[in-house]
Design a protein around this ligand. Structure first.
Ligand SMILES: Cc1ncc(COP(=O)(O)O)c(C=O)c1O
Length: 421
């Protein structure tokens, strides 16, 4: 970035430049970023942090900084894939637990932040995942960071699919491990990387459903390679839990390779509509991680009422999978509606639906138009994805109606037509 031109217009800069910028003073970057940000507001390109004033369901109300009013939006942004965050039965359970335990855990788990309800949740998750044990973290992010930083040492190798989530990269970095990447979902490239390793102290990390692309890990081939080279595997089923596999355990269950997974990570912030994360694996491994995962040891535990709400969701899910069926009908409908509208949704096979845009300037113009037209979606650029592969990211939920999905496709089509490539 050219530091002598702080007043260049936002449309000439990308977010990536600011992240990589280094001024003489540590805080110089804030002034350049401020210019970028203010210009983004002037051009109505800044469409982040619009506070919602309702629950994250298919139709929401949110503050619009440009009309200075709260107005309705069609919501294709929230991860509340199965609508559980607003289930009356779940809310009642949370309220009752809140009345009994108060608002928070008030300590890290190893001290007094561990409650009977947290222990019940861990046992239930272990049984649900068909693993010997599970531990609960306060977020999915901290589950990956804690597990990888707790396991790996400098000199060890984390072998990551290049599209692995930031929390996986951050965990490996915190451990001081060497990070090697393989091309997205390429067993052939993975094999080259595994062949080149001169240690077996390595772990391959993949996601069941990729969080920005919605495609599925090629697990059978990846598992076979890990077995062949004697390397461990961590799978992050953040977006797959409750959606893939006969019992909802994720893509490993869907592919019939659960036994090949050494550690399975999940989050409660997606299909559960709550917050928190978990790691499931063998009992001795989970026990060790409780005393080595720094994000578990040095951070406050999940609130008891959150654990109770999640337990209630698991109970509902055990007896009634109708939300999941509705979701799958919606996924199929939405993929078809977007493809029929001529939009590029890549290789998604799930409720995570990218609509590829191209370079960042086009994303900003399209983003602005869809917000004006009343559609709330993820507007995704660097550092979440490469600035040349920007996209809108839609989250399909069981609560969307066909009319809402048609309206979403129509808004997208008109915005994409207005700003051709
Ligand atoms: C694949 C993946 N792992 C982990 C996380 C982090 O989960 P949480 O938001 O619960 O911290 C996310 C969040 O988007 C994710 O997509």
């Amino acid at each position: 970035m050219e530091t002598q031109q702080p007043d260049k217009k936002a449309k000439q800069h990308t977010h990536q430049e600011f992240i990589e910028f280094q001024g003489d003073d540590l805080f110089d970057v804030k002034n350049y970023f401020w210019e970028f940000f203010q210009d983004g507001i002037r051009q109505k390109h800044y469409i982040y942090l619009n506070p919602l004033t309702t629950a994250p369901v298919s139709q929401v109300q949110a503050y619009d900084r440009y009309t200075k009013s709260v107005r309705p939006y069609l919501n294709f942004s929230s991860y509340n894939y199965l609508g559980y965050s607003v289930y009356p039965e779940v809310i009642r359970e949370v309220q009752n637990t809140l009345a009994k335990y108060g608002t928070g855990a008030a300590s890290a788990p190893l001290f007094s932040g561990y409650y009977d309800v947290t222990e019940r949740l861990e046992k239930k998750i272990a049984a649900f995942k068909n693993k010997e044990a599970a531990m609960v973290f306060s977020t999915g992010y901290s589950a990956n960071v804690g597990v990888l930083s707790g396991l790996l040492k400098p000199g060890d190798v984390a072998v990551l699919d290049i599209l692995a989530h930031a929390s996986i990269y951050d965990g490996a970095k915190l451990a001081g491990a060497e990070i090697k990447v393989f091309s997205h979902n390429s067993p052939r490239h993975l094999e080259r990387v595994l062949k080149s390793l001169n240690t077996r102290r390595a772990i391959v990390c993949v996601e069941g459903v990729y969080s920005m692309d919605g495609d599925l890990a090629r697990l059978p081939e990846i598992v076979a390679l890990c077995r062949k080279y004697g390397i461990k595997i961590l799978i992050d089923e953040a977006h797959a839990t409750l959606i893939f596999g006969e019992h909802g355990r994720g893509v490993a269950e869907h592919c019939g390779v659960e036994d090949g997974m050494d550690i399975s990570i999940g989050t409660f912030s997606k299909s559960f509509g709550a917050i928190g994360g978990f790691a499931a694996g063998d009992e001795k491994l989970i026990n060790y991680l409780r005393f080595s995962a720094r994000s578990y040891i040095f951070s406050c535990a999940m609130a008891p009422h959150t654990a109770a709400g999640i337990l209630k969701i698991l109970e509902i899910y055990d007896r009634d999978k109708s939300q999941r069926e509705k979701l799958w009908n919606n996924i199929r409908y939405m993929h078809k509606a977007l493809t029929n509208a001529g939009l590029d949704i890549g290789n998604t096979q799930s409720q995570v639906v990218p609509v590829f845009v191209g370079e960042e300037m086009r994303l900003r113009e399209i983003g602005r138009r869809i917000y004006e037209k009343g559609l709330y979606t993820g507007i995704v650029t660097y550092p979440a994805v490469s600035s040349k592969r920007t996209r809108l990211r839609l989250s399909v939920s069981s609560c969307h109606t066909q009319e809402q999905m048609d309206a979403c496709a129509a808004i997208l089509k008109s915005a994409f037509d207005e700003i051709p490539q």
